[in-house]
Design a protein around this ligand. Structure first.
Ligand SMILES: O=C(O)CCC(=O)C(=O)O
Ligand SMILES: [Fe+2]
Length: 435
């Protein structure tokens, strides 16, 4: 097979020769979903990168004075990393002008620094709009089709200045990702970095190192743009591994996320290809992805963990779209309900005790109470959106099936037969999460 060539596209002539540049951008977006643009005319990146470095050098308590909130402005680091990435970040989200007026920035971000961030964001915004116009034209839509749904309204366009810090020791394998494998949620992402480390899934589904081109911007397609185009434009999985960015090295990057307005529908724009309607807006989608990403964090207003705030029905819908890939494993937990586990816990415990009372069987009470406890613990963990709740409920069902079904067949008695029915119910309800 031919070696793959990562697309590097000069956008110097995006105005003068719109058609040629549009075709290059569209082809790269369809084939890779990731590419680098050069000659883009963005002037403020180095200045913002320097501000970002200086901010990360501040003492932790100063940085933590203003933690990120629903406005997507503030610091998202702290003493503990999220399960999404071993990084700290400074977020400048929401509509134009909000960085200037935000009270969620510490005094260090004075007027001059805020102004620089706004100017950089404005440059990025204009370029994303231009690029989306070129995608619109390539798809036979009005040139301003996408600009109309990317106005300066919520959730806005977020600049995320990121530092992957150097750490004393490498976390145990599988415990904490450097940057989880994920797709981006919105329309277009620009990544500015001078350091290697980012990997993407290439057109042959192999992990591929994104090159670093001085002055270039790494661009990728997000889920929303992919959904509008029935996935013709690719929302590509990407990640950073500990192997590529070991604990003894740090890395800085800045990601600008262009996002559709909250009320934008995610349905495919081409009405001629029959596809099932997507009954959610970008706002619904954003909420689920945001809470999955920051799942372990507490919501500043409700005090609940973000993961507990996710509506399971919405989560299932998002999962079903087949593009979202943050916290994939968690969909099992989100879809699960704790009530059957509690009922099974009660019934199996009662079953075990009844067996003992009737026949004096110690194994019966021991098994009944053990299985009951496992169901109870599983149910509790499901209700708190803690990991392994579904697994525990499933394990309880397997143990119950193993002990009751052979006895039911052998003796034909009602108690083991009843317990077998419970086991089958548990297997059905909690096994489904893994199919
Ligand atoms: O740091 C990078 O290079 C990529 C960051 C990224 O993918 C993200 O924040 O979504
Ligand atoms: Fe990303």
């Amino acid at each position: 097979m031919d070696p793959l060539t990562f697309p590097v596209i000069s956008v110097a002539k995006i105005d003068l020769d719109f058609e040629t540049v549009s075709k290059q951008l569209f082809d790269a977006a369809c084939e890779w979903g990731f590419f680098i643009i050069t000659d883009h005319g963005i002037t403020k990146a180095d200045e913002v990168a320097a501000l970002s470095r200086a901010f990360f050098d501040l003492p932790l308590d100063v940085k933590m004075q203003k933690m990120v909130d629903e406005s997507a402005i503030g610091y998202d680091g702290g003493k503990k990393f999220t399960s999404f990435a071993a990084s700290e970040a400074m977020l400048f989200g929401t509509p134009a002008g909000d960085v200037l007026s935000s009270n969620n920035l510490s005094a260090w971000w004075d007027d001059g620094k805020r102004q620089t961030i706004e100017e950089f964001k404005a440059e990025c915004y204009d370029l994303t709009i231009k690029m989306m116009s070129s995608f619109a034209v390539s798809m036979g839509l009005d040139k301003d089709y996408f600009s109309l749904i990317h106005q300066h309204r919520a959730p806005g366009h977020t600049l995320r200045c990121i530092k992957y810090p150097q750490l004393g020791q490498q976390p145990e394998e599988g415990r904490l990702p450097r940057l989880s494998t994920h797709t981006d949620w919105g329309s277009l992402t620009f990544v500015f970095t001078k350091q290697a480390g980012l990997e993407i899934q290439d057109p042959q589904n192999q992990w591929f190192h994104v090159p670093v081109i001085p002055g270039g911007i790494v661009v990728n397609i997000g889920d929303a743009l992919s959904l509008w185009t029935s996935k013709t434009l690719k929302s590509t999985l990407h990640r950073i591994t500990w192997e590529n960015l070991p604990a003894n090295r740090d890395r800085y990057s800045m990601a600008y996320f262009s996002q559709p307005n909250n009320d934008a529908q995610l349905n495919p724009v081409d009405k001629s290809t029959p596809t099932t309607a997507i009954p959610i807006t970008y706002g619904d989608y954003y909420k689920v992805r945001y809470r999955l990403t920051y799942g372990d964090r507490e919501d500043t207003t409700s005090g609940k963990k973000m993961l507990q705030e996710i509506d399971p029905v919405m989560a299932q819908l998002v999962h079903g779209l087949g593009v979202a890939d943050a916290g994939r494993l968690r969909f099992n937990e989100l879809a699960a309900n704790e009530t059957p586990a509690y009922i099974l816990s009660l019934l199996t415990s009662v079953g075990g005790v009844t067996g003992y009372v009737r026949t004096g069987s110690v194994p019966s009470i021991a098994a009944g109470l053990t299985v009951g406890a496992l169901y109870g613990l599983g149910g509790y963990r499901i209700s708190k959106r803690q990991p392994y709740g579904v697994e525990l409920a499933l394990l309880a069902s397997i143990l119950l099936a193993g002990s009751s079904i052979p006895r039911a067949i052998k003796t034909g008695k009602p108690l083991p037969a009843g317990l077998s029915v419970l086991a089958a119910t548990g297997l059905f309800i909690y096994g489904r999460a893994f199919i």
